[in-house]
Each structure stands twice: as structure tokens, then as C-alpha cells.
Write a protein that binds this ligand. Structure first.
Ligand code: NI
Length: 209
């Protein structure tokens, strides 16, 4: 893509927006970590019920994954860099965990349901091994799950080639427990080894809630 002053400005504004989201995430995390938190507050902040369509075209909900820790990342298949990089890091972390991570379900959630049909998702997630599940759905379903997981996303139009629009999105990896409740989040800069270690530690802890 051409780098013009305008796209620079847009990028700066988006970066400022992402920084605000990061600050809000840290504040939310601090709130969840507080020993005086009211019961149930952590649960209310990240995660919850959803209804989506998996990469096989089947309707799934949060209940479909009960009993397995979920490792979730939100993005879009047309993403040039962040998404494929992070999905590779997640796959490498799961390899690193070996038997300890056998139950973990890695999930890629699309924030671009217009292009990311179940067929497109199926072809895409297969690039990262055979364990990933791709989730997509209607615009409303995607908005609902993104809201539940506090994921920001916004369409970035491409004037020359409208079909090549990009999606800006939060790049946070969430680890949810086998009960579906939030356990831990990881930032985009976490490498595979640190991610594997963080997951192992979080799964060893007795349930906090
Ligand atoms: Ni991306």
C-alpha cells in the first residue's frame, strides 16, 4: 500500500486509539487483580456467551468449548502481518507446551465477517496446524463476541481497491479456563516461549473465582 501523509495521519490516530484501549485493558486488569473485587466482576469484564459459526459451517456457542481452556485471538484472514504472526506464535506455544497443552483449544475469531466466510476461515486456519478453530458469523454476532471480549475493530477503507480494505483490531491473546472464565491475557509482543510459560502457570493455579 502507498504511504501518503493521509495514511500516516490515520495510522497515528489509530495508534492513539489503540494506546487508549491498552490503558483501559491495564485498568481493567488492575481492577480484576484487586483483592477487594466484588464477586463476579472479573467474569463480567471479559468473555461470556456467544453464538458463532465455525470454519465447518456449524453453529457453536461458548458451551461448545466447556471443559477445554480456550486460547483466543481476534483478527481477519486478509491481515498482512499481525494476525499471521500471532497465530504462528500461538501454534508454536502449543507445540512448546506439548502434552501439557493437549486440551487447549486455539481459536481465531474473525472481525471481518464480510470476507471471512466459513470456507475462507477453513482454508486460513489450516495454515497454522490442525488444531485451530475459526469462528465467524453475521456482523451482529461478530460485534457481540468482540464486545464481550473487549476487542476494538474498525474498517480501514482502500479507495483505489475497495475490496482490499483492512481491519484495525486489538491484538490481545486471551486464555479462558475450562469453565469458560477469563484466566489471563497476553500482549502481541509475547513470544512463543513466554506465552507457553504464561499459559502453563495460569492453568496450574487453582480456580480464582
Ligand atoms: Ni490482524
Amino acid at each position: 500500500m502507498q504511504s501518503t501523509d493521509q495514511t500516516q495521519l490515520v495510522r497515528r490516530i489509530l495508534f492513539a486509539g489503540l494506546m487508549l484501549i491498552a490503558a483501559a485493558s491495564i485498568a481493567a486488569y488492575a481492577l480484576m487483580s484487586s483483592p477487594n473485587k466484588p464477586a463476579g466482576l472479573g467474569e463480567a469484564l471479559v468473555g461470556g456467551p456467544f453464538t458463532m459459526v465455525n470454519h465447518k459451517g456449524e453453529t457453536v456457542t461458548e458451551k461448545s468449548f466447556l471443559g477445554k481452556p480456550m486460547l483466543l485471538f481476534f483478527g481477519f484472514t486478509f491481515c498482512p502481518d499481525v494476525c499471521p504472526t500471532e497465530l504462528q506464535v500461538m501454534a508454536a506455544a502449543l507445540d512448546e507446551l506439548g502434552d501439557k497443552g493437549m486440551d487447549i483449544q486455539p481459536i481465531f475469531v474473525s472481525v471481518d465477517p464480510e470476507r471471512d466466510t466459513p470456507e475462507v476461515m477453513a482454508a486460513y486456519v489450516s495454515n497454522f496446524g490442525d488444531r485451530f478453530i475459526g469462528l465467524t458469523g453475521s456482523a451482529e454476532q461478530v460485534a457481540a463476541i468482540a464486545g464481550a471480549y473487549r476487542i476494538f475493530y474498525a474498517r480501514q477503507e482502500n479507495k483505489e481497491r475497495p475490496s482490499d480494505y483492512l481491519m484495525d483490531h486489538s491484538s490481545i491473546v486471551y486464555l479462558m479456563g475450562p469453565d469458560g472464565k477469563f484466566l489471563k491475557h497476553f500482549t502481541y509482543t509475547t513470544d512463543a516461549k513466554a506465552l507457553a510459560q504464561g499459559i502453563a502457570e495460569a492453568l496450574q493455579q487453582p480456580t480464582v473465582n
